[in-house]
Design a protein around this ligand. Structure first.
Ligand SMILES: C[S@@+](CC[C@H](N)C(=O)[O-])C[C@H]1O[C@@H](n2cnc3c(N)ncnc32)[C@H](O)[C@@H]1O
Length: 306
């Protein structure tokens, strides 16, 4: 019989990490988040997990059950470059990273795994945060991963930090399993399509770019850093999804936005995964999740090393 491998998920959101951890055979004992909508969604899909709807910076971490693996995705809002000058207004969200230290100090799990944007390492206190974990006996390994190389149909670059108490942290091996193309996650027969005609100037320019490349099916990225006025091929995995609408889809003369079901597939959530709330809330939960397929493959490696 395989050894049980237990986990706790902090900042659990809609359950990307928890879903992948469960697929990897871990038992997620407790999940915590302060957003009632995310907690309700998580609870609906993971009824065997204990849930707490709590601000983690005020949480008493001695209430956590004993566990083998601490999973945490502290809020990345204060760390993303995209927010530019707004950065200094987000001290409270950057402070969420200290919850990892509090939880580890209270429970000393054998391993930890933290997900964030790569810019997390630019935080002025990042070195001190690492030192705090080192003082508690943990070695850390940083990995900047592209989810598309881990079997997720999305190019999504994230920082994954593994940690281990009293031994070298697990160095993740990239499986190089190519994520599926955007074309394969789009349901071309579904959704409410409008015309490509009469769109805003920027959209019209991107559509013209796609057509100039001889494409009849392609993506129109919105807000995407560096995408400029370029259309995106559907033969590649889709680009990073965030909490806002990101992609329009062109099929000949038809046009619509990527649907929530398609975004769910692009994040690699299983088709039966139930999201709750308004469209805006669902997109927010999907856009800030860890893709379950990436989570599964990472946690399988951590479990092997346990
Ligand atoms: C990056 S998302 C986590 C996504 C999640 N790991 C997943 O895989 O689906 C960060 C989450 O932390 C929550 N959050 C932010 N600040 C928090 C706080 N102080 N206490 C508890 N939850 C918080 C947000 O509501 C958001 O759902």
């Amino acid at each position: 019989m395989t050894k049980p491998f237990t986990a706790v998920d902090l900042f659990a959101g809609a359950g990307g990490w928890t879903t992948g951890a469960t697929q990897a055979g871990a038992q997620v004992l407790m999940a915590i988040n302060h957003w009632p909508r995310a907690v309700a969604t998580h609870a609906l899909n993971h009824p065997g997990t204990t849930h707490a709807c709590q601000d983690l910076s005020l949480f008493d971490h001695s209430r956590l059950p004993e566990h083998d693996l601490l999973i945490a995705s502290p809020s990345c809002v204060g760390h993303t470059r995209a927010r530019g000058k707004e950065r200094r207004h987000h001290d409270a969200t950057r402070a969420t990273a200290w919850c990892v230290v509090d939880a580890v100090e209270a429970k000393r799990p054998a391993q930890l795994v933290v997900e964030n944007v790569p810019d997390f390492r630019e935080w002025e206190l990042y070195g001190v945060w690492r030192m705090a974990l080192a003082a508690l006996g943990y070695s850390l390994e940083e990995h900047v991963l592209n989810a598309a190389e881990w079997g997720v149909p999305q190019e999504r670059v994230r920082l994954i930090i593994t940690g281990r108490r009293g031994a070298r942290a697990v160095q993740l091996r990239t499986p190089n399993v190519a994520g599926a193309s955007a074309e394969s996650i789009i349901d071309w027969g579904a959704g409410e399509w409008g015309s490509t005609e009469g769109r805003a100037k920027r959209t019209t320019d991107v559509i013209a770019d796609g057509r100039s490349r001889g494409w009849s099916r392609f993506l129109v990225p919105y807000f995407s850093q560096g995408s400029g006025l370029r259309a995106r091929s559907v033969e590649r995995p889709i680009g990073t999804l965030t909490t806002k609408d990101r992609y329009g889809i062109v099929d000949g003369n038809r046009y619509r936005m990527l649907s929530i079901v398609e975004a769910q597939r692009a994040m690699s959530f299983p088709d039966g995964y139930l999201l709750t709330g308004t469209g805006v809330e669902r997109k927010a939960m999907l856009g800030n999740a860890v893709p379950p397929e990436l989570a599964r493959r990472v946690i399988e490696q951590l479990r092997e090393a346990a």
